[in-house]
Design a protein around this ligand. Structure first.
Ligand SMILES: C[S@@+](CC[C@H](N)C(=O)[O-])C[C@H]1O[C@@H](n2cnc3c(N)ncnc32)[C@H](O)[C@@H]1O
Length: 211
C-alpha cells in the first residue's frame, strides 16, 4: 500500500537537500538488505536531521540502529559536547552501522550498544533531550514508559511507523505489530502530560513533547 502518492514523494525528494555521500552509500547498501524497507531514507532522514538541528540536543537516544542511517541524520543536530546513544539487537546490522559511523565525522559522538533495548535503556544514566523509538513495535509503550522519566522537560520523543503500512488504521488490525502500534497510538492520544502530532511522512512519525 502506497501511503504517500509516489509522485508527491518524488517531488518532495527532488526539492529537498540531497543526501550526503555517506548517507547515499548507506541507502544503496541497505537496499540489498532483506528488510530494506526499515530504512528511514532520504526524506525522513532529512526531516530528522532538520528537527535535530532545531532542537540542538546534548543527549540523543535512538532505539533501533539498523544500518546507522537515522543515527547519522540525528547526530547532525548534536551540540559540540553532544552524544548519541543507539541500541541494536542484531550483531550483523550493528557491525555494519559501526563501520559507517567510523567513516563519518560523528564517530566519537556516537555510542553503539549491542543488545536488547529493554535491558540497556535502564542502565544508561543520562537525561535525554531527544529519543527516537524505531525498534520492535510490541515494546513501544514499554520504551515510552522507560524513557519519559529520563526525558528533560520540553524534551522530545519521535516514534516511527505509526501507520504501520496502513494496517494501524484498520478497525481490527491482525498482525501483532499493527495491533501494538494501534495500542501505542491510543495510549499516546489519551495522555495529557505530552503534546503530540503525527507527521504524515513515509509510514507516519509521531512527534511528542514532554510538558
Ligand atoms: C526499523 S529498524 C531501524 C531503522 C533505523 N532507525 C533507520 O531509520 O535507518 C529497527 C531495528 O531495531 C532492531 N531491534 C528490534 N528489536 C530490538 C530490541 N529489542 N532492542 C534493540 N534493537 C532492536 C532491529 O534489529 C532493527 O535493526
Amino acid at each position: 500500500m502506497d501511503l504517500i502518492n509516489p509522485q508527491v514523494q518524488l517531488y518532495a525528494e527532488q526539492y529537498s537537500s540531497p543526501e550526503d555521500e555517506l548517507l547515499k552509500e548507506i541507502n544503496v547498501f541497505t537496499q540489498k538488505h532483506p528488510e530494506s524497507q526499515m530504512l528511514s531514507g532520504h526524506l525522513q532522514g532529512k526531516v530528522l536531521e532538520i528537527l535535530s538541528c532545531m532542537i540542538r540536543p546534548r543527549r540523543i537516544l535512538e532505539i533501533g540502529t539498523f544500518t546507522g542511517y537515522s543515527a547519522l541524520c540525528l547526530a547532525k543536530g548534536l551540540t559540540n559536547d553532544g552524544q548519541l546513544h543507539t541500541i541494536e539487537i542484531r550483531e550483523d546490522d550493528a557491525m555494519k552501522a559501526r563501520e559507517f559511523f567510523s567513516r563519518s565525522g560523528y564517530h566519537s559522538k556516537i555510542i553503539l550498544h549491542l543488545g536488547s533495548a529493554l535491558d540497556i535503556i535502564p542502565a544508561l544514566n543520562e537525561t535525554w533531550d531527544l529519543v527516537f523509538i524505531d525498534a520492535d513495535k510490541p515494546a513501544y509503550i514499554q520504551y515510552f514508559n522507560l524513557v519519559l522519566p529520563k526525558l528533560r522537560e520540553n524534551g522530545f520523543i519521535f516514534a516511527d511507523n505509526i501507520f504501520f503500512h496502513g494496517q494501524a488504521l484498520e478497525e481490527e488490525p491482525k498482525g501483532k505489530n499493527a495491533i501494538a502500534i494501534k495500542e501505542f497510538n491510543e495510549f499516546i492520544q489519551k495522555r495529557s502530560d505530552i503534546e503530540k502530532v503525527i507527521l504524515t511522512l513515509r509510514d507516519g512519525l509521531f512527534l511528542i513533547r514532554k510538558l
